[in-house]
Design a protein around this ligand. Structure first.
Ligand SMILES: *Cc1c(COP(=O)(O)O)cnc(C)c1O
Length: 387
């Protein structure tokens, strides 16, 4: 008998959705404002208030947010952007779509974040930006990264897809670099179904991002069709179609209002895992660095076959058979054939990321989990490790 029955499969990253967002979506539908409107404006306002710094532009994904940020920086073909191999492919694709060349620095094997010393070693005359990812919700070493950026006159775009609640020395992730990009994909800490946010330091930068994100038009549709009278739009650049809808913001407004409550719940689950697994022959997340807050987006264990006695991929198969949904965040970027072929990356270039990518397993950590769900995950992990 599996720990849970097949029809009770614990879906990885299933979001917690409550009545308030359901009602707000219905209200949006009834109001007729389905597209970008007052709720998007409200969500942007609430989000910048939560981060307590900067200007917000909502868009339809974090991938779009990253792309817009890099385009807004005015980078040119051949410009190099240094990033981490321990990230989702979207971080790399956004660099490519902005016309730039991605360059991988290795990670620190303990924090699993981009290693500033490795960044330094990858700087060339063509380097124009750094794109750090606050992996799993753990703050990158922003003092070191910003010092390198200042020294070499580099721009910084922070990938904060895991890091809404993350702080570093009292300041939120996403408020250090020129731009911070957030995700509201279903599995993320705040969800809107699909959705993203760009945070900028200046009003001018966010205006630029907003124009680029809506066809390059100088005034958005909501303002154009309001009762202030008809206004012609002006196309001022070849923009994209990356705007968020009010239906998405309707979900986000209520999700964001509960961000701290959900965070507390994920901390409880995290602590329960840490306690339950402390004597098992697996790697566990390192404690968070002093004066930082880890957003608790991913709880990852490391299965090193030599120590654990089971291969990581066999563990994935076994635990799925126990009806516990798990994830791999991530196979390191050089494992993906497209990038290897296009950029000639080898596994030896970023050994720490490759090793981690072959050992890591993400366990369920949604605020939706009940105590019984958490107990099932713990039980399943122990069963799967038991030879
Ligand atoms: C989820 C994720 C993205 C992409 O977010 P979308 O909103 O799905 O486009 C980018 N980077 C990282 C690290 C992510 O986890």
């Amino acid at each position: 008998m599996p720990v849970r029955s097949k029809d009770n499969f614990l879906v990885f990253g299933s979001p917690r959705i409550e009545q308030a967002e359901i009602d707000e979506v219905v209200a949006s539908m009834k109001s007729g404002w389905l597209g970008t409107g007052p709720k998007v404006a409200q969500f942007e306002k609430d989000f910048s208030a939560y981060l307590d710094n900067g200007y917000a532009a909502a868009c339809n994904s974090c991938t779009a947010a990253l792309h817009l940020s890099l385009v807004a920086l005015g980078l040119k073909p051949g410009d190099e952007v240094i990033t981490t191999p321990m990230t989702f492919c979207a971080s790399i694709n956004a660099i490519i779509h902005a016309g730039c060349t991605p360059v991988l620095a290795d990670i620190d094997p303990v924090t699993q974040n981009i290693d500033p010393e490795s960044v330094r070693a990858k700087i060339t005359g063509r380097t124009k930006a750094i794109l750090p990812v606050h992996f799993a919700g753990r703050a990158c070493d922003m003092d070191a990264l910003m010092a390198i950026a200042n020294e070499h006159d580099l721009k910084v775009v922070e990938d904060c897809a895991h890091a809404i609640e993350t702080t570093y020395k009292g300041k939120h992730a996403g408020t250090f670099g020129n731009f911070g990009c957030f995700s509201f994909y279903v599995t993320k800490n705040v969800c809107t179904g699909e959705g993203g946010m760009v945070m900028a330091r200046t009003q001018k930068d966010i205006q630029h991002v907003k124009i680029l994100g809506l066809h390059g038009m100088s005034a958005d549709a909501w303002k154009r069709f309001s009762d202030e009278g008809y206004k012609h739009y002006q196309v001022v650049s070849a923009g994209f179609k990356y705007n968020m809808m009010d239906i998405q913001a309707a979900i986000g407004i209520h999700q964001l209002a509960r961000v701290e409550k959900y965070f507390v719940r994920r901390c409880e689950i995290w602590d329960r895992y840490q306690e339950a697994f402390k004597d098992l022959p697996i790697g566990l997340p390192a404690p968070e660095e002093p004066n930082t807050r880890h957003a608790r987006h991913l709880y990852t264990i490391m299965i090193d076959e030599a120590k654990t006695g089971i291969a990581r991929d066999d563990f994935l198969v076994r635990i799925t058979k126990e009806s516990i949904g798990v994830g791999v965040h991530y196979l390191s970027i050089p494992e993906q054939p497209y990038y290897r072929e296009r950029f000639g990356w080898t596994l030896e270039d970023t050994p720490h990321a490759v090793t981690l990518g072959r050992q890591t397993v993400s366990l369920p950590l949604s605020a939706k989990l009940t105590d019984a769900d958490v107990a099932d995950v713990i039980k399943a992990v122990k069963i799967c490790l038991d030879k």
